[in-house]
Design a protein around this ligand. Structure first.
Ligand SMILES: [Fe+2]
Length: 486
């Protein structure tokens, strides 16, 4: 769908839309409740030495040391009013190379960032390297686990994830490391970065892609932390499968034509776009094996991240941010902007219906995770500037879409502020969907430091209700997790 200014202002409701339009070359209209945040409409340019890889420049660049605001006696200033219902710690995980220069952004050592909020105050901010064997100098190279990609909380444990390695347990209260976690003592191989916790059963499901030999696995862990199911199947090539989904009856698998290129270790591109290969979405019965997966062919595309999936009548509905790469030799920097997309898979007829939810560029999708696997109303994500070879993922502002009406809300401050993935936190356990807060760590470019933004999800275009000023920079990371107090 394409919007003109009037339609966008109507959909977005005023100031937020005006700010967004100002970034498109129009004047920002009127005073807006942005808590003093600046706005810039300059062209998106990545700071730093153009000869350096993009992941070593701008706010992708790593920080050199660990930090604890309590040790530094730094006070965390709050502008606005922090909701007193936000009691817990926001964790962020990302790639922050300690000693080695990584071959790619994905291969840096995991650094954990924690920001504790309690009773309307920001208590502390801390960052620590996750103490993997690689950080301790016991492993090196691309085969070493880095625990840098995401986090999940399940059965009383907080796990840092790295896609091609087992999960690594950390403690949210002090960011200390426990070590690799093997569930009930057995080894279940790699765990993807985006496990799904079913709010109805308490089960955690995850997939894993092994490289040599190439294989896909699927594991279910019970609410108590015990492994209930493990199934695997061989793959004919090293697929890049980053995410999946879960509905009450099915595990929803994405087998899309992006391969990992073995030549990247000698300087080649990391991903290979292969539109000659079939693109398909699979439904594995939760009570069956991977070999029983029913596959549905779809138009060639790629997905890093999904919003959600659910069952509706005879259909399974999957929503995600969809890329269409434009070159065969380097997927990551030669691709379309990612757009919110829906696939409807008909279980009776085998037919697939595909449709764009919006033509805006959006990544790092998320939802109110209490609706995981069930029909939900609201999608959230980050606005992303279209990838270029210099700047593959240029984060900008917040995106929200009402799936019932299609209405979109946006909020950003142009090039002045770059937001990282937003995490939705319900205002209370009994709050309705969308009744909560979006937490995003943003990079304030003029001051080369970061801050937490707290946005009322129901008034997204009004901007943050609170800013927590951090005295240091939090590099762009991958994913975060809110760990409630207690
Ligand atoms: Fe991810």
């Amino acid at each position: 769908m394409n919007f003109n200014r009037r339609e966008l202002l109507r959909l977005c409701g005023g100031a937020g839309a005006a700010a967004w339009l100002a970034g498109c070359g129009e004047e920002e209209a009127g005073a807006a409740p942005h808590l003093g945040l600046p706005f810039e409409s300059r062209a998106p340019v990545l700071e730093g030495d153009a000869a350096a890889p993009w992941w070593a420049r701008g706010n992708y660049a790593p920080v050199a040391d660990e930090y604890d605001s309590r040790d530094a006696s730094d006070r965390l200033e709050v502008i606005g009013a922090l909701p007193p219902t936000l009691n817990g710690t926001l964790l962020r995980n990302g790639s922050n190379p300690k000693d080695e220069d990584p071959l790619f952004w994905f291969f840096g050592d995991g650094m954990l960032h924690g920001l504790n909020l309690s009773g309307g105050e920001a208590r502390w901010y801390k960052r620590s390297w996750i103490q993997t064997p690689a950080v301790k100098g016991e492993q090196a190279g691309v085969a070493a686990g880095r625990a840098n990609t995401s986090l999940v909380r399940h059965a009383g444990r907080t796990l840092a994830l790295y896609e091609v390695a087992p999960p690594f347990e950390v403690r949210p209260e002090d960011l200390s490391s426990v070590g690799y976690h093997s569930f009930d003592g057995a080894t279940y191989g790699p765990m993807c970065a985006h496990p799904k916790v079913d709010p109805r059963t308490g089960e955690m499901w995850f997939i894993g892609v092994s490289m040599v030999p190439s294989a896909l696995s699927c594991t279910c862990v019970g609410a108590g932390g015990e492994v209930l199911k493990h199934t695997s199947m061989p793959l004919d090539a090293m697929r890049m499968i980053h995410d999946f989904q879960l509905t009450p009856r099915f595990v929803v698998l994405l087998d899309l034509p992006v391969l990992l290129n073995p030549a990247f270790v000698s300087g080649g591109p990391m991903f290979e776009w292969r539109p000659d290969r079939v693109a398909r979405i699979g439904l594995m019965p939760r009570d069956g094996e991977l070999s029983a997966t029913r596959w549905f062919e779809v138009a060639p595309s790629y997905v890093f991240h999904t919003f959600n999936a659910h069952e509706e009548g005879d259909e399974v509905i999957l929503e995600a941010c969809r890329f269409v790469p434009s070159a065969e030799d380097d997927f990551f920097t030669n691709t379309s902007a990612p757009t919110p997309w829906r696939w409807s898979l008909n279980l009776k007829t085998g037919a697939v219906r595909e449709e764009a939810l919006s033509d805006l560029s959006v990544e790092f999708p998320t939802i109110d995770l209490r609706r995981q696997g069930q029909a939900h109303r609201f999608n959230y994500g980050l606005q992303i500037t279209a990838p270029t070879p210099d700047y593959p993922l240029h984060p900008r502002g917040l995106f929200k879409q009402d799936r019932a009406s299609g209405a979109v809300e946006l909020w950003d401050r142009g090039e002045a502020l770059q937001l990282d993935e937003a995490v939705f936190v319900p205002d209370s356990p009994s709050a309705g969907e969308d009744e909560g807060w979006l937490l995003s760590v943003a990079y304030h470019r003029a001051e080369a430091r970061s801050e937490l933004l707290v946005v009322d999800a129901q008034r997204l275009s009004a901007g943050p209700v609170a800013r927590v000023i951090l005295p240091t920079r939090v590099p762009f990371g991958f994913h975060g997790l809110w760990v409630p107090e207690g």
